[in-house]
Design a protein around this ligand. Structure first.
Ligand code: 4FV
Length: 228
């Protein structure tokens, strides 16, 4: 999968995508993540990318021309871009389901905004999707872009090794994770549940499913269907 990030601060991404699992996936050619500076497409000598809002009001608005030209420049390269995604509080709420849908795509462009947001013509005539990571307002779209990329990337085949598998145990995916333990079996008098050291895989599977259902019922009843 190839993800282009259009941003005013490309250097913000080097730490997050330049290390660990995502770096390994890029080195292995499974993933391609590239940040491009929108300001490189500004046409005036001040390299302007924002301007005052028509009709007055506070703050500045991301201008059309640099963003349109940046997207069209990226679109010159194959493969074809499947989605052009604005990160904005007005967008579709991002969740695991949407991440799974996007993980099926071949190439995405994510556009991280700043200031008061985007000129409406970017939204209506260029973007194909808008995504929000939550009902709050950040200073920029870079952190939302990192969240979206990280969540999608781990679902792309070959990104996670077997040790980091995202594949759920054999029960429905709309449950919270069951409790996890590792060595030692006793820590400061706190024991690991006996079932987990029993070696009885069927008992363990049932215990985990029951724990996941209990935890989901207690913490996130909204995730449960009637059948769970
Ligand atoms: C945001 C969100 C978000 C709004 C003004 C960037 C900021 C600035 N993006 N989910 N919540 N964006 O707050 O995606 O343009």
């Amino acid at each position: 999968m190839w993800i282009d990030l259009l941003t005013l601060f490309p250097e913000m991404f080097s730490g997050v995508f330049g290390d660990s699992i995502l770096k390994r996936a890029q080195d292995n050619g499974v993933l391609r993540i590239e940040a491009t500076n929108i300001r490189d497409f500004a046409q005036d000598k001040h390299r302007s990318v924002d301007d005052k809002p028509y009709g007055g009001g506070v703050g500045m608005v991301m201008m059309c021309q640099p963003v349109f030209d940046a997207v069209e420049s990226l679109q010159q390269q194959k493969p074809q871009v499947d989605e052009i995604i604005l990160l904005t509080p007005q967008g579709q709420k991002f969740d695991q389901q949407l991440a799974k849908q996007l993980a099926q795509k071949q190439r995405l462009i994510l556009i991280a905004g700043h200031y008061e947001g985007f000129d409406e013509r970017i939204r209506s005539n260029l973007a194909t999707m808008e995504i929000s990571i939550g009902d709050y307002v950040l200073t920029g779209g870079e952190i939302p872009a990192m969240i979206v990329v990280d969540t999608i990337a781990r679902l792309v085949p070959g990104v996670l090794g077997s040790a980091e598998s995202h594949l759920e145990e054999s029960f429905s995916e709309n449950l919270l994770e069951y409790p996890q333990y590792t060595r030692p079996a006793e820590f400061r008098g706190m024991q690991v549940p006996e079932v987990l050291t029993s070696g009885n895989h069927e008992r363990i599977r049932k215990w985990r499913l029951d724990q996941a259902r209990q935890r989901t019922r207690q913490r996130r009843p909204d995730l449960l269907n009637e059948t769970d």
